[in-house]
Ligand binder design. Structure first.
Ligand code: ADP
Length: 868
């Protein structure tokens, strides 16, 4: 026993010393003789169990194979060894499975009997768990690889060999057997992708990107030439010399994915470019998708994130309520919902009437509704077109023209109310009629032979035709336009439209116009006849002076035709000396619109110049604009000659009279003086009267002489400087001496010297004063004023006599003019005084005029400019 014990003790100390969990069970009852701390930890027990039966110490082992194994070892004396065997142990009150590698080794006594078993164990639970997980992971992985259609490959860059699993081989279209070379792999790659793959592989095995490899490309199956998309991922491993010794990874068939993505992209592109507006929203109305057309219509930027919007942003408040409260519930699972909805542009807030279709979007798998799609068609263009069509229909309907529409065979489809009225057709029978029913025979022929071919070829025709009134059978001339209407896409002719205008009113007007024209032509001819029959040349010109008509008389006189005369060529016939004046006066009249009057000489067809009096007056419209000038050239050559003869005669006569009258005057003066000296006052008085009459006679003669001189331009002027006032006072004295009934009152404001012909100015003042006295027989005074007007002197003579009527006033300055009237006989005279006066004043560059009131008196005035 002692040995036993000592042996037991020895084992005990061995047990304690063992680095591994070790225990010693003694006897058939398996009493725990020793257990080191490692074993105690493994069991999860304290040292108090030492000395207890194993079965009592670890009751949880009951039902597990250990006791049976132990008893077998005890019986057989053979060592039991097991690897990674599970054991359920209660550690910290929890029963758990642990894995051990353990050995039950029988210990024999000297007699060779087994008396104890030594148990060494290695706690393998973690190792086993890890292994298990690896296996599970491997299984899961291979399952995953299998189900994900993923193949694996392993490339040995050094030996240029590829190790492929079966999946890889199928993906690349290789047979199942044999080794694969890298080049062979490349030959299976789509030519367009081959370069890219080479580069990616080369990068990975040259340690770019940490040896990572991730690429998608196409393969072409060697056998069926089918193209597949694959996704390859892998990694290169490098040895200590940084040389890739292994490059391995997976390959996945992504053909379906790529195809479905392409399909999705195609669909999206289609949807995005669709003209209809499409949106998708989730059940809460949050937008998920909106195509371009929709974005444009609803005012959402093309790059805006639609998830920021809610479907409600695009409705008017009323429409939103209608959609939310009613329409959403009415969307049929199969047919959806379609109807009118007014949407709103998010930015402009413009209302957009739309035809909207809603449909429900379901989850493919579960069938659950996950969203709503909407397509909308903007109705505005349609509405506009409809409105335009309505307008067009209204225009056609209310047009006064005949508008109709028939099919390609001429069957009537429509005639507007004006058309119906024009041809008196029965409205109800309209559709049973044909184009050819309401055109005349001749027109029908023309339509068939001429118009239809043109219509088919060119699409339209216009011209004159005839309609037939369906009741009265009256033929109605019309101007018609035909249009061929073709089908939009096929371009097939489908109908003929026409518009026609009733030509009767126009023809009536044309006839009236023709009649009027004829009448006018007659009148013109008559007028021309008249113009040609009067003695003067008659002509007319445009407002700018362009001669546009001249009568035949001109031709008779000059021998020149229209083309040598019209325009301004008439001037070629005018005497060169008279041309400047003629043109100047004509231009002045054209500018002012005042009548034109001038005398000039014109060359006749015999080569001699004749005098003409040319007069023209303008014809004006209601606004006073000149439309035309009408003129006459009257031949006054004969008068001119007579005038000249008269002037010559007067000149000679007055000259011849002057000498005897001067002698007469001398004798009379001598005789008067003689009688006075002899005291014969009676005879002296007679001779004084004679003397006076001789004075009158000589004054008349000198007037006549002056006039003849003036007319022939021979009147002489002798300018001198003289005292104007003194001259006037002298005249007053002279005149006063012979005027006994009138007092001459003077108001002389001009007191300077002037330069001029003293005698001639004296003559004018005398003439005005004597006239004033002569033509105011009932008055007792005349007044003479002189005014200093700085640059000129003005003289006025006022009388309170018979006056002159306004219309005759301006004539008194004309040669031989005498105002005729009852009283005129009482006033002797030739009508030359004022003419001579006005000629003198004109020659001095001055002005002469008269202000007068008939019966009250006159004021004759003149002014002369003062020379420096
Ligand atoms: P005469 O006096 O010799 O007739 P004038 O040439 O001097 O000729 O006058 C022309 C006409 O003018 C006169 O005949 C007369 O009718 C009118 N006349 C001239 N002076 C006056 C006047 N002071 N008052 C009224 N009529 C006048």
């Amino acid at each position: 026993m002692a040995t036993l014990f000592s042996e037991q003790e020895r084992y005990k100390s061995l047990v304690e010393a063992s680095p591994m969990p070790t225990a010693l069970y003694i006897g058939v009852d398996m009493i725990i003789g020793a257990a080191n701390q490692a074993m105690l930890d493994l069991w999860g027990k304290s040292a108090s169990i030492i000395g207890l039966k194993l079965m009592e110490a670890l009751p949880e082992l009951e039902g597990q194979p250990f006791f049976q194994i132990l008893s077998q070892v005890f019986q057989s004396g053979e060592t039991y060894h097991t690897k990674e065997s599970p054991a359920d142990l209660e550690v910290n009150g929890v029963l758990q499975t642990f894995y051990f590698t353990f050995t039950y080794k029988p210990i024999r006594n000297d007699q060779g009997e087994v008396f104890a078993i030594i148990n060494t164990a290695a706690h393998l639970t973690e190792l086993v768990e890890a292994k298990k997980q690896i296996i599970e992971t491997q299984q899961r992985l291979s399952f995953a690889l299998l189900s994900a259609e993923i193949g694996t490959w392993d490339f040995d860059p050094i030996n240029n060999k590829v190790n492929w699993d079966d999946k890889c081989r199928t993906l690349f279209g290789f047979g199942k057997e044999g080794e694969v070379k890298y080049e062979e792999v490349l030959s299976c790659i789509h030519p367009q992708d081959e370069k890219m793959v080479r580069e990616a592989v080369s990068k990975a095995i040259h340690q770019v990107n940490d040896g990572q490899y991730d690429i998608k490309y196409r393969t072409i199956n060697e056998e069926d030439r089918q193209i597949r998309w694959v996704h390859c991922k892998g990694k290169a491993y490098f040895n200590e010399n940084d040389i890739a010794y292994r490059f391995a990874g997976i390959v996945q068939d992504i053909t379906d994915e790529v195809k479905s993505r392409q399909r999705e992209h195609q669909m999206l592109t289609l949807v995005n470019h669709n003209a209809d507006h499409m949106t998708i929203a989730d059940l809460d109305g949050r937008l998920i998708y909106m195509n371009e057309a929709s974005r444009k219509m609803l005012g959402v930027a093309l790059d805006a994130d639609v998830s920021k919007f809610s479907a409600g942003d695009f409705y008017t408040p009323e429409e939103l309520a209608r959609v939310q409260n009613h329409i959403i519930n009415e969307i049929d699972a199969v047919r959806g919902w379609t109807g009118h909805i007014t949407l709103v542009n998010y930015q402009t807030r413009e209302s957009i009437p739309c035809m909207v279709s809603y449909l429900l979007i379901k989850d493919l798998e579960t069938g659950e509704i996950i969203g709503r799609g909407a397509t909308a068609r903007d109705l505005r263009p349609e509405i506009r077109v409809k409105a335009d069509l309505q307008k067009l229909a209204a225009i056609i309907g209310s047009s006064e023209d005949f508008c109709n529409y028939c099919d390609i065979d001429g069957r009537t489809r429509y005639i507007n109310p004006s058309g119906i009225a024009l041809i008196g057709i029965d409205k109800d029978q309209l559709l049973n009629t044909n184009l050819f029913d309401y055109h005349s025979e001749a027109s029908n022929h023309k339509i068939k032979k001429e118009i239809l071919p043109v219509l088919f070829a060119e699409g339209k025709w216009s011209g004159e035709l005839e309609l037939i009134h369906q009741v009265t059978r009256e033929i109605i001339p019309i101007h018609k336009q035909f249009y061929m209407i073709r089908e939009e896409f096929t371009n097939m002719p489908v109908a003929i439209a026409a518009i026609a205008r009733d030509l009767r009113p126009e023809l009536n007007i044309r006839k009236i116009l023709a009649d009027k024209n004829a009448a006018l032509q007659n009148a013109v001819e008559e007028l021309e006849f008249l113009a040609n029959s009067v003695p003067p040349v008659v002509w007319s010109s445009k407002p700018d002076g362009y001669l546009d008509y001249i009568n035949k008389r001109w031709f008779d006189q000059t021998g020149k035709g229209d083309d040598e005369t019209l325009g301004s060529r008439w001037a070629e016939n005018v005497h060169p000396d008279d041309v400047p004046d003629a043109i100047k006066t004509w231009k002045a009249s054209l500018e002012t619109g005042n009548p034109y009057e001038i005398e000039f000489r014109c060359l006749d067809k015999y080569g001699t110049y004749r005098w003409y009096l040319v007069r023209a007056i303008p014809l004006k419209d209601a606004e006073g604009n000149i439309i035309k000038w009408y003129g006459t050239n009257t031949d006054i050559h004969h008068q001119k000659e007579l005038e000249k003869q008269k002037d010559d005669f007067l000149g000679i006569a007055s000259h011849e009279l002057k000498t005897p009258v001067t002698s007469l005057k001398a004798y009379a003066q001598v005789l008067e003086a003689m009688f006075k000296r002899s005291g014969d006052f009676k005879n002296a008085d007679l001779l004084a009267r004679m003397n006076k009459q001789v004075d009158r006679l000589s004054s008349l003669i000198s007037d006549l002489l002056d006039v003849t001189k003036m007319n022939s331009g021979r009147l002489q002027f002798n300018p001198t400087e003289f005292d104007f006032n003194e001259m006037v006072e002298e005249v007053i004295e002279d005149v006063q001496r012979t005027s006994f009934n009138h007092a001459i009152r003077a108001d002389l404001g001009f007191r300077r010297n002037i330069i001029g012909d003293r005698d001639r100015i004296c003559q004018v003042v005398t003439n005005l004063l004597t006239n004033a006295i002569k033509y105011s027989p009932g008055a007792s005074e005349v007044v003479i004023y002189t005014h200093d007007l700085a640059d000129r002197v003005q003289v006025s003579v006022r009388d309170y006599g018979i006056g002159i009527s306004p219309e005759l006033k301006d004539h008194v300055f004309e040669q031989f003019y005498r105002v005729s009237g009852e009283k005129q006989h009482t006033f002797p005279g030739l009508g030359l005084g004022l003419y001579i006066s006005s000629e003198i004043i004109k020659r001095l560059g001055g002005k002469i005029w008269v202000d007068s009131i008939e019966g009250k008196g006159s004021v004759f005035s003149f002014s002369i400019p003062l020379s420096d």
